[in-house]
Design a protein around this ligand. Structure first.
Ligand SMILES: C[S@@+](CC[C@H](N)C(=O)[O-])C[C@H]1O[C@@H](n2cnc3c(N)ncnc32)[C@H](O)[C@@H]1O
Length: 219
C-alpha cells in the first residue's frame, strides 16, 4: 500500500532514537515508513476502536519496536515518549485529545499534527500549551492541501502574530505557498459569491472580506 505524502512528510520529521506515540495509527502506514527508514525507533501505536485496532495489529505484526495500545488518545503515553503524532483528524478532536491529559502534554518535547480542520485553533492551543512552531509544511495530494505542523516545547515562548497563527508560520517560503494562497483566496471568493446569490449579505460577509484582505497581504 502506498503511503500518503502527508504521512511521508511526517515520517521525515521523526529522527533516529525517537520514541513516538502515534495516536489514531489506523492502517499502520506511518509505523511501516518509520520502520523502513530508521534503525533506532520506538513506537506506541494507539487506536481507541476495536475495528481499526485489529487492522493495525495485522498491518504492523512484522514490525519490531511497535507496541499497540487500545486506549483513548494520549491516556497510555508515558514520559519515555518524546514525540506525539496526531494525523488525519479534525482539529477539534486533536485539541480535545491533548486537553484531556494536560500533565502528559507537559512532558512531551514534540507534537506533530496534520489537522484536517480548525488549523488556526490548533496552532493557538499548542502555543498556549507552551510549544513553538518548529516546522510548517504544505502538502498537496489529490487536489487537497494539508498543513503538517511540527511543534517543539520551548522555554523561550516565541511571540506569534495573529496572521502567523491564522494563516501559517513561515509558510510563504514553502514552494507550494503561492498556489495554496490562490486556492484559499478562490475558496473565500466562492463563499462570498454563494452568499451574494443567496442574498445573505451580513456581518459574516464583511468578516470574510476582511480575512481575504489580510490573507492577500500575508507573505
Ligand atoms: C482518519 S484516521 C487517520 C489515520 C492516520 N493517522 C492517517 O493520518 O492516515 C483517524 C484515526 O484516529 C482514530 N482516533 C480518533 N480519535 C481517537 C482517540 N481519541 N484515541 C485514539 N484513536 C483515535 C480513529 O479510530 C481513526 O482510526
Amino acid at each position: 500500500m502506498q503511503i500518503p505524502k502527508r504521512l511521508e512528510v511526517i515520517g521525515e520529521l521523526i529522527h533516529e532514537g525517537a520514541y513516538v506515540a502515534d495516536i489514531g495509527a489506523d492502517h499502520g502506514l506511518l509505523e511501516r515508513y518509520i520502520a523502513n527508514h530508521l534503525k533506532d525507533y520506538h513506537i506506541l501505536a494507539v487506536e481507541n476502536k476495536k475495528g481499526p485496532m485489529s487492522a493495525l495489529s495485522a498491518a504492523t505484526k512484522d514490525l519490531p519496536n511497535v507496541i499497540l495500545s487500545l486506549s483513548d488518545g494520549i491516556e497510555a503515553v508515558n514520559e519515555q515518549y518524546d514525540t506525539i503524532v496526531l494525523a488525519g483528524m479534525g482539529g477539534d478532536n486533536i485539541i480535545s485529545i491533548l486537553s484531556k491529559y494536560p500533565e502528559k502534554v507537559k512532558t512531551v518535547k514534540n507534537i506533530i499534527v496534520d489537522a484536517h480542520s480548525f488549523i488556526p485553533k490548533v496552532r493557538r492551543t499548542l502555543v498556549d500549551f507552551g510549544f513553538d512552531i518548529e516546522v510548517e509544511k504544505l502538502v498537496l495530494e489529490a487536489g487537497v492541501y494539508y498543513n503538517v505542523i511540527s511543534f517543539k516545547r520551548n522555554s523561550n515562548q516565541q511571540n506569534y502574530s495573529q496572521d502567523e497563527l491564522e494563516f501559517g508560520y513561515n509558510l510563504s517560503k514553502d514552494p507550494l505557498f503561492k498556489d495554496y494562497k490562490n486556492y484559499l483566496l478562490n475558496r473565500y471568493q466562492k463563499i462570498l459569491n454563494d452568499m451574494e446569490n443567496s442574498n445573505c449579505k451580513n456581518k459574516k460577509n464583511k468578516e470574510i472580506l476582511n480575512e481575504m484582505r489580510r490573507f492577500k497581504s500575508y507573505e
